[in-house]
Structures are given as C-alpha cells and as structure tokens.
Design a protein. Structure first.
Length: 280
C-alpha cells in the first residue's frame, strides 16, 4: 500500500477515535498501544484546523526507523512538555512536586530508572493536583445547585430561600466531590504508572489509560484558561507538538551514539509560542 494510502487510513481511524489503528494505517509495525491511545486523545482536543496536520506529522514519524521500544519518549514528553505546562496550570504549591517528578523523568530518559516506591511517592502529589485542576467545577456546581433548589421548591421553600439552599448545597458538595475525585484517580492511576515507569514497560503504561491522563492535562489547562490565567489553544498544541519532539529524539542502535529523526515541520500558525494547559 502506498504511503499516502497508509496515511489516509491512519487519519480516518484517528477522526473516529478508533480503539486501535487498522493494520494498514502504518507501514511496518503498528504504533504501540499507549501511543495510539494518547494520539486519539490529543487529536480530538486539537483545533479542527490543525488536528489533521498534526496527525500527518505523527504518521511521518511512525514511518521512520528506529522505533522506540521502551518509555524513553514518554519520559522526554513529560519532562520537557507535560510537566512544564502543568506548572502553569496548577497552583503554586504544586511546583516542588512537579519539579521532583520532572527530575525522575529526565533521569529515566537517560537510563537511570527509579524504583516503584520512588515513582509512587513522586507521582501522588502531582496526580492529586492534576485531577483537582481537571475537575469540571462549573458544571458540577450548576447541576448540584439546580437539583437542591428544585428539591427545596418541591418542599415548600420560597423561591429566594430555595435558591440560597441550592447554593449552600452546591458549595459543600462540590468541594467534597473534588477531593474524592482527585483521591480516587490518584490512587487508581498512581500505582500502575509507578509500576510501568519502574519496569520500563510500554504494555504496563498502556494499561494506565494514558489517553485519559492526557485529557485530564488538557482539561486542567482549559480550566485555568476559563479563569483567564493562561492562553487557550496554544497549550494543547504545545502538548501535541511536544509529543512529536519526544518521538523524534530516538537513540540509535550504537551505544553512546544518538540519532535524531527529523520531525516534519509545522506552519508557525499551527504551533504558537507559549502556554500552560489539560484532557479526561
């Protein structure tokens, strides 16, 4: 099958968020499960006028050799792109934990992997901050307020009293739900991520739903943007572009030597300058 045909199959599968790429989507071996999961999440969150152009660049990288076998690209992506973006999206109190986790990712990218316990300790505060920031507070608050207000009206409250009751209930329940949501996700994901990183296992990393984690990052950045603190589309584009940069920095087969796979260029309008952002 010609390269163009491979690319069209690849794009079609991304557009419908297929569970896995068709066997004819890429020449040679298919992309690893984790990469396809992340690619579908990023593609669906990119602006419509840039999503396919980004996917074409990704497809070009997947046709290049050598392919990554471990998680080096993941570590580079997190150290150089994901965590710096989260530094802008999360509250300042999370910055020491983000810096510590970044150090672990950089060391792992250079072949100095830490153990499960070290990864788990470093991941927990960052995951708590991420899922706190990614929680959709406005929607949750509005839903809680409406339900409590309607309940109060049905039980004889005056409209103004019912509205006050709704706001009181929404304030109390929303923050409690945020903490529960963050705790549950950090506990569910943290151990699996620590295991994957400690063993350098792409299969174990794929089992942690990395696409959902990418959506959480996008959502955290979008939530920050809703408050007027960060630029919007540029952050998600930085996230996606950073993945291509990480994939394009591959070690060669010869020890001590590195080869750089060329990342297809993007127009400057597709990937503007600065950012800080999150997805679900």
């Amino acid at each position: 099958m010609p390269t163009t045909a491979h690319r069209e199959v690849f794009l079609a599968a991304l557009r419908v968020s297929a569970a896995e790429p068709p066997s004819t989507a890429v020449a040679g071996a298919p992309p690893p499960d984790w990469l396809w999961d992340v690619a579908t999440a990023l593609h669906e969150n990119l602006p419509a006028d840039t999503a396919d152009a980004w996917a074409v660049r990704l497809h070009g990288l997947l046709g290049a050799e050598p392919r990554t076998t471990g998680l080096r690209a993941v570590h580079l992506w997190h150290a150089d792109t994901v965590l710096p973006l989260l530094t802008g999206a999360l509250r300042e109190e999370h910055r020491p934990a983000l810096a510590a986790l970044g150090d672990l990712h950089r060391a792992a990218a250079q072949g100095r992997a830490a153990g499960h316990g070290t990864w788990a300790t470093a991941l927990t505060p960052v995951l708590l901050g991420l899922h706190d920031a990614a929680y959709d507070r406005p929607s949750a608050y509005a839903e809680a307020h409406t339900g409590a207000r309607d309940y109060a009206l049905a039980n004889g409250f005056a409209p103004a009293e019912a509205d006050d009751y709704g706001h009181d209930y929404a304030r109390l329940s929303c923050e409690a739900n945020v903490r529960t949501f963050a705790d549950a996700h950090a506990e569910a994901v943290g151990s699996g991520l620590a295991r994957a990183y400690a063993t350098d296992s792409p299969a174990a990393y794929a089992d942690t739903c990395p696409g959902a984690q990418s959506r959480a990052v996008v959502r955290a950045m979008a939530t920050r943007d809703d408050r007027g603190d960060q630029p919007g589309p540029g952050a998600c584009l930085r996230l996606a572009d950073g993945l291509l940069t990480a994939l394009g920095s591959l070690p060669s087969e010869q020890a001590g030597d590195r080869t750089r796979v060329s990342v297809p260029s993007a127009s400057s309008s597709c990937f503007p300058g600065r950012a800080g952002d999150a997805c679900s």
